[in-house]
Design a protein around this ligand. Structure first.
Ligand code: 4AD
Ligand code: MG
Length: 464
């Protein structure tokens, strides 16, 4: 019967039975005794399976001795316990059908040697065949499933918020414009400005930077909700932590304050880490061996220890008192830069840390104003090696205060519906956004966010 390789390693077939696997050749080695060893992978687990091919097979000389990395094959044979160490099973080949040859093995872009991740980005259509990207992809899948499972078990509803939107949730002006207008002959109104009345939606429209505003409206009806989908930012920062298109998880909870929000973030991250350790220890072992020796141990540490929580004001004091020199000077009121965030998470705490209550001037309009009138009930979760992986807040539920915070903002009128939520049965509520690829980088130890998503979109690069 036909099996995925992972099923064979999970004892889904009895030794002695005849099995078929379908996959791609990772390597071929020939012994002097007229036996060839083929390693085949199919993406289902980290390990490839070894097929032992005797020269008595009909197409041995003609075809099998020409197999190279990347060829696709269907192998049938007897499943036997492997005498070699490391591998529990192998297949005593009885037939090998070659499905697809590799045109020119010499120039196959993913030959067996190790490649740099930079190079692999130039062959993003083939990189899922490598060990590293197979592992990233499986951990990504396990994480996504654990995210839905976590919320489902706790009675959260998954809200599919729109990708096309007229509002700039974060107010940072990092929007991609979406338009059906003729870019060459843009329609203009009397004042010479672009006439969006002629555009598809009759107004200026963008790709969403966050589903938060929409998900708040469902929160104030369904109590516990979340979004999980793609978000877009035209942030021109060419860093290892920014993508123009990334996935974000945004839970929102009613009758909740900032500490409830931090509790949720901590419990959620611990659940996800446990799930990955349970389900993908094969891939995590690879990341530990090849990418970051602490990959597994630091996950265990995150699961076992309570997260430290620090007020922004306290964090500033720590940064000012510490021996490290920063490029960007530290004073109360600054937005924490990546170097500051990493110092706090890596040197000061050595684990994820939650920074709370930031100055209102550097945070978005929807964050709840604290009694000191200087700070808002915001929180960021900072992770060693990455910096911010979560940004969230308690929301301003008081219409008067919200209006004052929106003040001169253009979109106050456009957000009439958001203001309505404060007029009809408003309640304290809170939520956060977790950057899915940043979390994946943190877990795997992969350094560049371009390697945490199948097809990265970054400035000047939207290939594949
Ligand atoms: O801190 P941010 O901007 O928060 C929001 O968008 C809120 N509306 C979320 C909420 O409260 N519901 O973004 C949240 C997270 C960041 O902490 C970061 O992990 C990730 O999204 N993120 C990015 N990830 C990759 N590339 C980018 N350009 C990112 N910008 C933010
Ligand atoms: Mg943020």
């Amino acid at each position: 019967s036909t099996h995925l390789i992972t099923e064979l390693f999970q004892n889904k077939a009895t030794p002695g039975s005849i099995v078929t696997v379908k996959g791609w050749v990772r390597s071929r080695r020939d012994s002097k005794a007229g036996i060839s060893f083929l390693h085949i992978h199919d993406g289902s687990c980290f390990d490839s399976i070894q097929a032992v091919l005797p020269n008595t097979l009909a197409n041995y000389e003609e075809e099998l001795l020409k197999l190279s990395a990347g060829c696709s094959v269907i192998v049938t044979g007897e499943l036997v316990e492997s005498p070699g160490k490391g591998q529990s099973f192998e297949i005593q080949g009885q037939s090998v059908e070659v499905i697809g040859w590799v045109d020119d093995p010499e120039t196959y872009p993913i030959a067996k040697k190790r490649h740099t991740f930079e190079y692999l980005r130039t062959v993003a259509h083939l990189r899922p065949r490598t060990n590293a990207f197979g592992a990233v992809t499986r951990v990504r899948t396990a994480l996504a499933n654990a995210i839905h499972r976590y919320f489902h078990e706790r009675h959260f509803h998954w809200i599919n918020t729109p990708i096309l939107t007229a509002s700039d949730c974060e107010g940072a002006g990092e929007l991609f414009r979406v338009s059906t207008l003729d870019m060459v002959n843009l329609p203009k109104n009397e004042t010479g400005a672009i006439d969006f009345a002629e555009d598809f939606f009759g107004q200026e429209t963008f790709l969403t930077v966050s589903g938060q505003l929409n998900v708040e409206s469902y929160c104030l009806a369904m109590s516990r909700v979340y979004t999980f989908g793609p978000t877009f930012r035209a942030e021109n920062s060419n860093t290892s932590r920014h993508l123009a298109e990334f996935w974000m998880v945004e839970p929102e909870i009613a009758f909740a304050n900032l500490h409830d929000n931090a509790d949720l973030a901590e419990d959620f991250l611990k659940y996800l880490f446990k799930a990955v350790l349970n389900e993908r220890i094969d891939d995590m072992t690879f990341f530990t061996d090849r990418i970051n020796p602490d990959a597994i141990s630091r996950m265990q540490h995150v699961v076992d220890k309570p997260f430290e929580r620090l007020d922004y004001t306290k964090a500033i004091e720590i940064l000012q008192a510490c021996p490290q020199k920063f490029e960007y000077p530290v004073e109360w009121g600054i937005d924490l830069q990546s170097e500051h965030e990493r110092y706090l998470a890596e040197k000061h705490v050595g684990a994820p840390v939650i920074i709370m209550n930031y100055p209102k001037e550097i945070k978005a309009f929807y964050m709840r104003l604290n009694d000191d009138n200087k700070t808002v009930a915001a929180m960021d979760v900072l992770a060693p090696g990455i910096g911010e992986i979560i940004g969230g807040s308690q929301r301003e539920e008081r219409l008067g205060v919200l209006d004052a915070r929106m003040g001169d903002m253009d979109h106050k009128e456009a957000l009439w519906w958001y203001r309505d939520l404060r007029r009809y049965g408003t309640v304290p509520h809170a939520g956060f956004g977790l950057g899915f690829e940043r979390l994946l980088n943190y877990i795997t130890g992969m350094e560049n966010i371009r390697d945490a998503i199948p097809f990265p979109r970054t400035p000047k690069s939207a290939h594949f």
